[in-house]
Design a protein around this ligand. Structure first.
Ligand code: ATP
Length: 695
C-alpha cells in the first residue's frame, strides 16, 4: 500500500472500510439478484409444467400465448443474469479510481468512484460506482487535482478535483492505493505492463492514458484513422471506443450493428474477449477474403493474402513484386476508374427501336439504361423494359401486348455487349498495354491482388449486393495492409462510421502499403490521430526494434528489462539446441507465452520438426488456426501481427533470410511482439538489419 502523507494509515483504513462497505452493498444486491433468478427459473419451470399438463385442454391460440409467456420470462431471466455477472465482477474489483470533485455550484466535494461497471444501490437509491464510460468518469482520465470539467448531458460542469486516487483491487482485496497528486510516474500503469501475458487481449480501463481517452470518447468523427507505433494500444483503443459508443448511443446502436475487419481468425479470437469483459456483447468479425467471396457471389476462386505473402517471401519473384506494387498504387485505382468509364460507355450500344409501330429513340433507351448502374444486368434490362413500356403508355396511349414486351426485351438485351467480369478485367491490362500484369495464381485461381480490383469493376459496371448494409460502425485493423482499391470498395460497401487503425512500419507487403493520407482519398471527411507512445515492450526491446526500423517520433515506455540477445549458431542443429534451451528457460520462468517467430511458413514447419519431440505441446499457427493457448507458439511474423507474447525468439535472422525492405518490416513486427524478453538466432552471417540493432 502506498500513500503520501503521515496519516497514510488512517487514509488506508478509511479506504479499506469503504471498500468493505461497498462490497457488502454489492453482496446484498447480488443476493437480491440471485433470488430473482431463482424466481424466474421457478416461474419458467411452472409454466412449462402447466403447458405440458394442460396441453389437451388448450386450443392453438392458448398454446402460443403460453409459449410466449415462457419466452418472456426466460428473456427477463437472461437480463437479470447479465446483471448478476456484472455484480460478481464488481464484487471482485468494484472500482479502480476515485476523484473528489467539487462543482462550482456545490459547497463541498463528492467522491466519485470509477469502475468497470456501474453500481447503483437500489436500496439506498445511490450511485456507488460509476461506469468508466459515464460522463463524470472522464474526470478520472482527463485531470489531476485542480480545475477540471466534464461534459454532462445537460451541459459542461466546471469545478475542482480536490483528491485523486488509484486502486488495484483483486479478488476483493485492496492491493495497491496511490495518491495521484504525489506520484508523477504512473505506478499502476508500470505495474500493469510488467505483468505476464494472457492468451487474450486485456481491458485497459484502469490505466487508459489521456490521449487514448480522447480517441475512445471521440463520438463526432464519422471516420477516425488511428495511426500509432507498435504497441501504442491502437487495437485496445478501437475496442474500448466501440464499448464507449455502445454505451453512449445505447438506444440506437447495438453490438449487431458493428463489424470488425480483422487480418485472421487467431487475431479475431485474441481480441474477442475484450468487449464481453467490458460488459458488452461480442461483435461480428470478417476477413477480407470472406468479404470478397461474398461480393463476388462465390463465383471466383482466389488465393488468400497469406498465400500471396508466402509466394512473395519464398519465391521472391521480381515480376510478382511489380504486379503487387502497381496494383497497390493510387495510380492503378485511377486508371481502373478510367477504364470502367470507357467500358460502361461501350458496353451498351443503344439503337432506335420500333415497337408496335411506335418509335422509341436510342437516346431514351441509353439514358434509362445508364440510370440503373447499380442493378445487376438481368434486373437492369428488366427495369429498362418496364420504364420504356411506361413511356410508350404515356406518350402513345398504348399498352404493349405480352409478345411486344418480349420483343422489346430482346431488342434491349441485344444492345448489351455481354462479357464475363474476368475477361473485362483481363482486358484492362491489354488496354493499359501491360498484359503481363495479369497472371492467374494457378489451379484456376486468381491472384489475391486481382480480387478487389475485380470487385471494384463489378461495382462500377453491374453493382454488388452486400450483406452488410445494416452495419453502422466498421472497424478496420492493420489498415496499412489494404490497398487504395480495397478502400475504394470498402467506402462504397460500408457507408457508415468507421475506426481505421494501423502502422505503416508494420506493413507486411511494402508493395502497396497504405498510410492515412491515402485512406483519406477514399474517406474525404476522415480525421486522423497519432499515438507515439509504445506500451507493450520493455524500453530495451523497443530501443532494439528502433534500430531496425527507426521512427524518431516513437516514445518507448520507461519500463526496464533484460536487453535482447542475438545468438550466433554454428548450424541448424546448433540453432535447434539453442532454441531448446531457451524453451527450457521459459518453462522454468513465471511467463505464460513464448513465441518462436519464423520468416516463412516453410521455415516454421522446419522448426516444428526440430522442436516437437522436445516440446510436444508446441502450437504452430497457420491459416487454418483459430486460436492459441498459453505455452510455446510457433508462427510466421505475418501471423504474429497484432498479437503479443511474454517472450519472443526470432529464429534464423541470417543474412540470407532477411534481406529486403519487406524483411525489415517483418523483423520489426516480430521483435515488437515481445513484452519482456527478446532473443534472435542466426546461422552464419546475421542479417544486415541486425547490424545496427546489435551495436
Ligand atoms: N493505457 C494502457 N494501459 C495498460 N496497457 C496498455 C495501455 N495502452 C496499451 N496497453 C497495452 O499495450 C499492449 C499493446 O496494445 P495493442 O495491442 O492495443 O497495441 P497496438 O498499437 O494495436 O499494437 P501493434 O500495432 O504493435 O499490434 C497491450 O498489452 C495493451 O494492453
Amino acid at each position: 500500500m502506498d500513500t503520501s502523507d503521515t496519516s497514510a494509515s488512517d487514509v488506508e483504513r478509511a479506504e479499506q472500510a469503504y471498500l468493505t462497505e461497498v462490497q457488502n452493498r454489492i453482496e446484498k444486491a447480488l443476493q437480491g439478484v440471485d433470488q430473482r433468478l431463482n424466481d424466474y427459473a421457478q416461474d419458467v419451470q411452472d409454466q412449462k409444467e402447466h403447458l405440458w399438463s394442460s396441453r389437451d385442454e388448450m386450443d392453438h391460440v392458448e398454446k402460443i400465448a403460453a409459449r410466449q409467456s415462457i419466452e418472456q420470462a426466460a428473456t427477463a431471466g437472461e437480463f437479470v443474469q447479465a446483471r448478476q455477472h456484472r455484480l460478481r465482477k464488481l464484487r471482485a474489483s468494484p472500482y479502480f479510481g476515485r476523484v473528489d470533485f467539487r462543482s462550482d455550484s456545490a459547497a463541498s466535494a463528492l467522491p466519485v468512484y470509477v469502475g468497470i461497471h456501474h453500481f447503483h444501490d437500489d436500496e439506498q437509491g445511490e450511485d456507488v460506482v460509476y461506469d468508466w464510460r459515464a460522463p463524470i468518469a472522464s474526470l478520472f482520465y482527463n485531470f489531476e487535482t485542480g480545475a477540471a470539467r466534464y461534459e454532462a448531458p445537460q451541459g459542461d460542469v466546471d469545478g475542482e478535483i480536490e483528491r485523486k486516487r488509484q486502486f488495484r483491487i483483486r479478488g476483493g482485496r485492496l492491493e495497491l492505493m496511490i495518491e495521484s497528486s504525489v506520484h508523477v510516474v504512473d505506478d499502476v500503469l508500470q505495474e500493469t505492463l510488467g505483468q505476464s501475458s494472457d492468451d487474450g487481449m486485456k481491458n485497459i480501463v484502469a490505466t487508459i492514458q489521456r490521449d487514448q481517452n480522447a480517441i475512445i470518447r471521440n463520438d463526432e468523427a464519422p471516420v477516425l484513422i488511428i495511426q500509432g507505433v507498435a504497441g501504442s494500444g491502437k487495437t485496445s483503443i478501437a475496442l474500448h471506443r466501440i464499448a464507449y459508443l455502445l454505451y453512449r448511443f445505447r438506444d440506437t446502436l447495438s453490438a449487431d450493428d458493428i463489424l470488425i475487419i480483422s487480418p485472421n481468425s487467431v487475431f479475431a479470437d485474441y481480441i474477442s474477449n475484450v468487449l464481453p469483459e467490458l460488459g458488452e456483447e461480442s461483435v461480428a468479425e470478417i476477413g477480407m477474403e470472406t468479404l470478397a467471396d461474398e461480393l463476388l457471389d462465390g463465383q471466383y476462386r482466389f488465393q488468400h493474402f497469406f498465400e500471396q505473402i508466402t509466394a512473395l517471401l519464398e519465391k521472391g519473384d521480381e515480376a510478382l513484386r511489380e504486379r503487387l506494387a502497381f496494383k497497390g498504387s493510387a495510380d492503378f485505382l485511377r486508371q481502373l476508374g478510367e477504364y470502367a468509364k470507357i467500358v460502361e460507355k461501350q458496353r451498351f450500344a443503344a439503337e432506335d427501336v420500333w415497337i408496335a409501330r411506335r418509335y422509341v429513340p436510342a437516346w431514351l433507351i441509353d439514358e434509362t439504361f445508364r440510370k440503373h448502374r447499380r442493378l445487376g444486368l438481368k434486373d437492369r434490362v428488366k427495369q429498362v423494359v418496364v420504364e420504356i413500356e411506361q413511356r410508350i403508355g404515356i406518350q402513345y396511349h398504348y399498352d404493349l401486348e405480352p409478345e411486344e414486351r418480349r420483343e422489346l426485351r430482346t431488342a434491349i438485351k441485344g444492345m448489351v455487349r455481354e462479357q464475363t467480369l474476368r475477361s473485362t478485367y483481363k482486358q484492362f491490362f491489354d488496354w493499359l498495354g501491360r498484359p503481363e500484369l495479369f497472371r492467374p495464381a494457378g489451379r484456376g485461381r486468381l491472384e489475391y491482388a486481382d480480387i478487389f480490383p475485380m470487385i471494384y469493376l463489378k461495382m462500377r459496371l453491374e453493382g454488388v449486393r452486400s450483406r452488410h448494409r445494416h452495419v453502422e460502425h466498421l472497424v478496420i485493423d492493420e489498415m496499412q495492409d489494404y490497398t487504395p482499391v480495397q478502400y475504394a470498395v470498402l467506402a462504397q460497401i460500408f457507408r457508415c462510421n468507421m475506426t481505421i487503425l494501423g502502422d505503416a512500419s508494420q506493413a507486411v507487403s511494402p508493395y502497396g502499403a497504405t498510410n492515412a493520407g491515402m485512406i483519406k482519398e477514399a474517406f474525404p471527411g476522415a480525421s486522423s490521430v497519432m499515438l507515439n507512445k509504445s506500451y507493450r515492450s520493455s524500453y530495451e526491446i523497443m530501443q532494439f526494434a528502433q534500430r531496425i526500423s527507426p521512427n524518431p517520433d516513437l516514445e518507448p515506455i520507461e519500463r526496464h528489462g533484460e536487453s535482447p540477445s542475438v545468438v550466433r549458431c554454428r548450424n541448424a542443429a546448433d540453432e535447434a539446441r539453442q532454441l531448446r534451451s531457451m524453451i527450457d528457460a521459459f518453462k522454468a520462468s513465471e511467463h505464460n507465452t513464448l513465441a518462436i517467430i519464423a520468416r516463412t511458413d516453410r521455415q516454421a514447419r522446419r522448426l516444428e520438426q526440430a522442436l516437437t519431440s522436445h516440446y510436444p505441446g508446441l502450437q504452430r499457427l497457420d491459416t487454418q488456426s483459430r486460436s492459441f493457448r498459453p505455452g510455446v507458439i510457433l508462427c510466421t511474423a505475418h501471423m504474429a501481427k497484432g498479437l503479443e507474447f511474454d517472450r519472443v525468439i526470432v529464429a534464423d535472422v541470417s543474412a540470407r533470410q532477411y534481406i529486403s525492405e519487406m524483411d525489415r518490416n517483418l523483423l520489426y513486427v516480430a521483435c515488437t511482439r515481445a513484452m519482456h524478453r527478446l532473443a534472435l538466432t542466426h546461422v552464419g552471417e546475421p542479417s544486415e538489419w541486425l547490424a545496427e540493432a546489435s551495436t
